[in-house]
Write a new protein. Structure first.
Length: 343
């Protein structure tokens, strides 16, 4: 774990579309941002839950996928050099004597900033775990819900469970480095991209990996090291697959998580805000996107973009007390165009 402390103007919790557009709006005002997200990449729900799903209500873009929207937003914020802390959960928040906030993540990262922006969608994404007796004993040693380093699985016997993009993608990516990969899914039908399914079947036909239509039934080992995964199928009953690691990819669920302990007033796991600047019950902590609530709230990406713009104006006054806030248009301001690298 790292113990280094970083300093910036604004910390954004959540790197989904609203968090990314907030980087842009804050950047136009000269404010630097750090983003913390439990996922391994930007995009939030768009990238994780529906990367290929069409979105039709983004202004001036008749149709784009969740991944395409994420890619365009990442391109838009590139000029402002945001710093991303992926696969980290915002765990603690402390008010410092100088008025700034110190945020601590579950990986020990500490970030100090004048402003906190919560753009966490419906909350933090956490993996859906299979209900298997004794599974928790092997988590982080033999059972993993994400792949952080491919090399960590080199030469190992791996069982991957699931039928979505994550399961198929990692089966394909780990197959070249692992001793053996076995994909387990309860049916011979998948929610993953057809090209990935075809590639998996080609490897199976070539004898380079194995696919079993079965359900997870248990794990075997000495309590510290797993030796096999027990599966159960309708045709063959129960059997054991020798394995050093189990990767269950059953999707994600959303929980408010440690944000609920930040001292904010909550309303049914949502954060009430005012519509002038989308500030929470605690000064200099703002909430934008699906995580917030107010009269007339619409859970639209478009609404989150609007909230990010107004929040940024208020955040500037917190970060730069005494400085005059000038409202400018990107179409006519040479200063903003210079920041964007287009002039």
């Amino acid at each position: 774990m790292t113990t280094e402390t970083h300093e910036t103007d604004v910390i954004i919790i959540g790197a989904g579309p609203c968090g990314l557009f907030a980087v842009f709006e804050l950047g136009l005002l000269g404010l630097k941002t750090y983003l913390v997200d439990i996922l391994d990449r930007a995009g939030g729900q768009c990238a994780e839950l529906y990367p290929e799903k069409p979105i039709y209500d983004i202004p001036a873009i008749p149709m784009c996928t969740g991944q395409e929207l994420t890619d365009r937003l990442m391109e838009q914020v590139k000029a402002f050099d945001p710093v991303f802390h992926f696969q980290e959960m915002a765990e603690g928040l402390t008010k410092l004597d100088d008025g700034r906030w110190e945020l601590t993540t579950d990986q020990g990262t500490k970030i100090v900033a004048h402003v906190i922006v919560i753009a966490a969608g419906g909350g933090s994404f956490v993996p859906k775990k299979p209900h298997l007796e004794g599974l928790a004993e092997y988590e982080d040693t033999s059972v993993f819900y994400a792949v952080r380093k491919i090399d960590a699985f080199a030469g190992k016997r791996i069982v991957i469970a699931g039928g979505g993009d994550s399961a198929l993608d990692w089966a394909l990516n780990l197959q070249p480095v692992a001793e053996k990969v076995t994909l387990v899914h309860h049916r011979d039908g998948f929610r993953a991209a057809p090209a990935s399914v075809d590639a998996m079947h080609a490897l199976v036909d070539a004898g380079k990996m194995e696919f079993k239509i079965a359900q997870l039934a248990g794990v075997n080992g000495d309590g510290t090291k797993m030796t096999s995964v027990r599966v159960k199928s309708k045709t063959d009953g129960e059997s054991d697959i020798p394995a050093d690691a189990l990767l269950p990819f059953f999707g994600l669920t959303m929980k408010l998580g440690p944000i609920a302990d930040f001292g904010l007033n909550l309303n049914e796991n949502l954060i009430p805000v005012g519509t002038e600047k989308f500030e929470t019950s605690i000064p200099s902590i703002f909430a934008i996107g699906d995580i917030n609530t107010y009269p007339g709230k619409l859970k639209l990406i478009l609404s989150g973009f609007h909230e990010a713009a107004l929040m940024s104006q208020a955040a500037f006054l917190v970060c730069r007390p005494g400085e005059r806030l000038r409202f400018q248009y990107t179409t006519s301001s040479s200063d903003l165009q210079k920041k964007l690298g287009v002039r």
